[in-house]
Write a protein that binds this ligand. Structure first.
Ligand code: HAM
Length: 435
């Protein structure tokens, strides 16, 4: 029987767990700086929650099973439907806008590749109950800061921003008005940065789009900027309205000084089906990795799931690509493993009772304390302490103990002094505070 972790699943040894906790800590600090409150929900959900709006691609990746009560259950592949369910059933009375964040573990049966596993942790930040574009700006600013918190800068990543209604209006201008055709085009365009244009065209044609219209649609992506689109489609009120909105969006981004991070890019569509407005994705500038983060506005999802009208928008940022990026840029801090402050060394086993009492006293004072569980040579105990990177050794020897004292050794400077037991705690706390 194969007893290693399943393909696409990770074991977190202490070093990995320390890195993961570091990512979570930075995410939490940043979300709180923006006034977001933490929430959570169960990792198992009724599969129906995703059937309503996540889209075929995600449905095909669900880890599902039938429970003992005959219910069809999914391990959550994303957080947004759970959030929509929570808001629809209990969040209506909350003061608006609701600003919540969470760091769920998510499960998708994906084809394994660099940056894509079958489980990942994903920071989710969402705003609910706000229609104004300032909320979209706020989220992109938060996304940017969630990456800058790790030392990444505008030369490392960028946020590509687009707008689904704008793309919809442009597709309509090509002569496609059926929402089902729009869905085919969106799904194909979503692959444009990862697949050659012929493949994308083939996807459209296989979905029932006429070849010449598919060509016209691909031609849209030659137009680079908003002014060019605005002047070419000035006869389409829908296009003009969305261009204006995006211009306001970028104006506010500039007011925040974030213009170096965010740029307009019509090819961003997003794979999930529920987005209804501005959408965005963050990528590393060298183009080496998959998307670091993605999100957008989904004003209909809470209604589809729970019958409640509630505009909403948010983003998800995974730990996998971010971790790869931090490794690539050498941005992991070197001191992530928590260090033990004190190792108690027993010169003679007869002193184990005072050692246990001292260990408990020092731990109660907030120090981290370790010691060996079985009798062993003093040299071996020192070796264990230095292998673990402990800062101080406290040596309990029969002679000193008679004077109610211990030896305190700084394991970095090798300096050693005798300290009265009643002064030890204070001395350690003082020295550690000084660093
Ligand atoms: P998503 O684009 O599917 O969006 O995922 C967001 C991010 O999660 C991706 O950019 C990537 O960093 C990470 N991610 C996704 N799948 C995997 C995977 N298989 N392995 C590793 N990392 C992965 C959503 O999930 C939306 N629900 C986000 C959202 C929140 N939209 C609004 N609110």
């Amino acid at each position: 029987m194969e007893l290693s972790a399943l393909p696409g699943f990770r074991d977190f040894y202490p070093e990995d767990a320390a890195r993961r906790d570091f990512i979570f800590m930075r995410w939490r600090e940043t979300a709180r700086r923006y006034g977001f409150a933490p929430y959570d929900s169960p990792p198992l959900e009724n599969i129906e929650l995703y059937r309503r709006k996540s889209g075929d691609e995600l449905i095909g990746q669900i880890y599902g099973f039938t429970d003992k009560g005959g219910r069809e259950i999914a391990l959550r592949p994303e957080m947004t439907p759970s959030l929509a369910r929570m808001i629809a059933s209990g969040g209506q009375s909350l003061p608006k806008p609701v600003k919540w964040f969470s760091i769920p573990q998510l499960f998708r049966y994906e084809r394994q590749q660099r940056g894509r596993l079958r489980e990942h942790f994903q920071l989710n930040c969402d705003i609910l109950g706000e229609t104004g574009v300032a909320a979209d700006v706020e989220l992109v600013a938060l996304l940017v800061d969630c990456l800058c918190a790790f030392g990444l800068t505008e030369s490392d990543f960028r946020v590509r921003v687009s707008d689904r209604p704008l793309l919809g209006a442009l597709i309509a201008a090509v002569g496609l008005s059926d929402p089902a055709q729009h869905a085919v085009v969106f799904a194909a365009i979503d692959k444009l940065t990862r697949e050659p244009a012929e493949n994308v065209k083939r996807r459209m044609v296989e979905g029932g789009i006429v070849s010449s219209q598919a060509d016209q649609i691909l031609g849209l992506f030659q137009k680079k900027g908003l002014p060019e689109i605005a002047s070419e489609y000035d006869a389409s009120p829908a296009v003009c309205e969305r261009v204006l909105l995006l211009q306001r969006f970028f104006g506010m981004i500039e007011a925040m000084g974030l213009q170096g991070y965010a740029e307009f890019d019509l090819t961003v569509v997003r794979g999930l089906a529920y987005y209804t407005g501005i959408v965005f994705e963050a990528f590393d500038r060298k183009g080496k990795f998959r998307a670091i983060s993605g999100g957008g506005r989904y004003d209909q999802l809470v209604r589809t799931i729970g019958g409640v009208d509630m505009p909403a928008l948010g983003f998800g940022m995974g730990d996998v690509v971010l971790g790869e990026l931090l490794t690539d840029r050498g941005l992991w801090p070197t001191d992530l493993q928590p260090r033990t402050d004190v190792y108690l060394i027993l010169v003679h086993e007869s002193l184990r009772t005072p050692l246990l009492s001292l260990a408990h006293q020092l731990r109660s004072a907030g120090l981290s304390v370790d010691y060996g569980f079985t009798e062993s040579a003093v040299g071996k105990q020192f070796k264990t302490a230095s292998q673990r990177g402990v800062r101080f050794a406290v040596i309990l020897g029969p002679e000193e103990w008679q004077r109610h004292a211990v030896k305190l050794k700084n394991l970095e400077s090798r300096e050693e002094t005798e300290v009265g037991v009643e002064k030890l705690q204070e001395r350690l706390l003082e020295t550690l505070k000084k660093g």
